[in-house]
Design a binder for this molecule. Structure first.
Ligand code: DAT
Ligand code: MG
Length: 149
C-alpha cells in the first residue's frame, strides 16, 4: 500500500493547527502509520530539502524548519502521495485553492504550514530519512471495508 511523508512545519504547530491537519487526513480515509513530535536539527532539515540547496531561500528554509518543533507523519492509502498534495494545496498559500490546508490557513510561501512528498520515490526516500522501520506501524483499520470496494 502506498505511503507518503507529511510534516506539519513549525508555523502549523505554533498556530495550533496540528489537530486540524491530522483531522483532514483521517477524515479523508487515510491511515496513520507513523507519528512523532520532534525538534529538527539543521543537518536533517538540510538533507530533507537537499534538492533546493542552490535556491536563494535554502538558508532561511533550513533555519525555519529547525526553529521550532514539527510533527512528522507517515500516511498510507491508495493514491495517498498525489492526494495528499491536493489536500495540502499549492506551494504559495495565496494561490492555493480554498478547501486546501494552505489555501485555508496560509498567506505566505515561507510559512506554508505543511510538507508533503511530491512523488512515490520521493516519499520512500523521505520516510526512510525521518523514520526508522520500528517507528512505522503496519495495522489494519477495521473501517477499511467501508473505504475500499
Ligand atoms: P512544496 O513544499 O509545495 O513541495 P517546493 O518543494 O517547491 O514546494 O519548496 C519547498 C519549500 O520551500 C516550500 O514549501 C516553501 C519554500 N519555498 C519554495 N519556494 C519559495 C520561495 N520562492 N520563497 C521562499 N520559500 C520558498
Ligand atoms: Mg517539494
Amino acid at each position: 500500500m502506498e505511503r507518503t511523508f507529511i510534516m506539519i512545519k513549525p508555523d502549523g504547530v505554533q498556530r495550533g493547527l496540528v489537530g486540524e491537519v491530522i483531522g483532514r487526513f483521517e477524515a479523508k480515509g487515510f491511515t496513520l502509520v507513523g507519528l512523532k513530535f520532534m525538534s529538527v536539527s539543521k543537518e536533517l532539515a538540510e538533507e530533507h530539502y537537499d534538492v533546493h540547496k542552490e535556491r536563494p531561500f535554502f538558508g532561511s528554509l533550513v533555519e525555519f524548519i529547525s526553529s521550532s518543533p514539527v510533527v512528522a507523519m507517515v500516511w498510507e492509502g491508495e493514491g495517498v502521495v498525489a492526494s495528499a498534495r491536493k489536500i495540502i494545496g499549492a506551494t504559495n498559500p495565496l494561490s492555493a485553492e480554498p478547501g486546501t490546508i494552505r489555501g485555508d490557513f496560509g498567506v505566505s510561501v515561507g510559512r506554508n504550514l505543511i510538507h508533503g512528498s511530491d512523488a512515490i520515490e520521493t516519499a520512500q526516500k523521505e520516510i526512510s530519512l525521518w523514520f526508522n522501520e520500528k517507528e512505522l506501524v503496519t495495522w489494519q483499520p477495521t473501517v477499511k471495508t467501508w473505504l475500499y470496494e
